[in-house]
Design a protein around this ligand. Structure first.
Ligand SMILES: [Fe+2]
Ligand SMILES: [Fe+2]
Length: 294
């Protein structure tokens, strides 16, 4: 089966979409104290984070999905399934992140993130049911970066309860893992892929609207994450070293998820040529390290 797509991607397109997404990150000035950043983002979240997943019209997406060629249908289900699983998994284990930061406004801000991750889950639950016509993703690709998040949450909770000296170190590791890598690199690469494969061609307007709202929320999530990591990296070289070590550890695990053919009932489908996942991922990876260390 021919799974190639008639689309010419260019370096300029790649660079533009990277900047479009990166500029959405709500990162404060380098001298902004962490608690002021948390209060600023808390205020923003309660004012602007009020979109409702139930209000998005998905009827045109359903029509378009039914008329897509089979390889793109398979790709869309796989792509949305990765987001659905990721949003739901994190929403269910995020409480220790909220509890482990040290001040009222940092906790208040992170409580908005907890609710927003459930809101993103709600959007994808609707998308599966109403557009793809199934309750849940049927093929869950293994994602070791996500699967190890449960252990990260356990460690965070244990060190929070014990009040041990390495509490801050575990907090830094947990923020690097979740806000730094999963949200700041993996999810951001996903938004760009959606733009390149579907939205830039005017396809799937409901999913595009959902992603625009999700991305605005994620701009705050990644922005606060980067600000917290920057704060601790400058406070202690041990924390800076751990942040770099966690980024290095996960890089090979996030790279392997792109450019791989999908096999469904013995049929093999190549990903669309414009995915260019590894390139997008590497640009974001470098950008995040710059956000923290420059
Ligand atoms: Fe999310
Ligand atoms: Fe998020």
């Amino acid at each position: 089966m021919d799974t190639r797509y008639d689309y010419q991607d260019t370096d300029q397109d790649l660079a533009l979409s990277v900047d479009d997404v990166v500029d959405d990150i709500d990162l404060g000035e380098p001298d902004e104290p962490l608690d002021e950043a948390a209060y600023r983002l808390w205020r923003k979240a309660v004012t602007f984070g009020t979109w409702n997943p139930a209000d998005i019209d998905l009827s045109r997406d359903r029509e378009q999905f039914l008329s897509l060629e089979r390889p793109l249908q398979v790709y869309l289900e796989h792509f949305c399934g990765a987001f659905y699983n990721a949003e739901e998994n994190v929403a269910k284990v995020f409480c220790p992140w909220v509890m482990s930061v040290s001040t009222t406004w940092q906790q208040a801000y992170l409580s908005t993130q907890l609710m927003e991750e459930f809101k993103h889950t709600d959007f994808f639950a609707r998308y599966f049911k109403e557009v793809l016509g199934i309750e849940k993703p049927t093929r869950a690709l293994s994602n070791p970066v996500h699967e190890s998040l449960v252990d990260r949450a356990e460690t965070l909770l244990t060190s929070y309860r014990s009040g041990s000296d390495d509490r801050t170190l575990h907090l830094v590791e947990a923020f690097t893992h979740y806000q730094g890598i999963i949200e700041g690199v993996q999810a951001n690469a996903g938004y760009q892929i959606f733009l390149a494969v579907f939205a830039s061609k005017g396809m799937l307007p409901g999913l595009a609207e959902g992603f625009r709202s999700i991305q605005r929320d994620e701009g705050r999530h990644v922005g606060f994450g980067m600000q917290l990591l920057r704060h601790y990296a400058h406070q202690n070289p041990l924390y800076a070293e751990r942040i770099r070590a966690v980024y290095n550890e996960y890089l090979p695990l996030i790279q392997v998820r792109y450019g791989v053919p999908l096999t469904v009932n013995g049929e093999v489908f190549d990903p669309p040529a414009e995915e260019r996942g590894r390139e997008r991922l590497m640009k974001l990876y470098e950008r995040r390290l710059k956000d923290i260390f420059s």
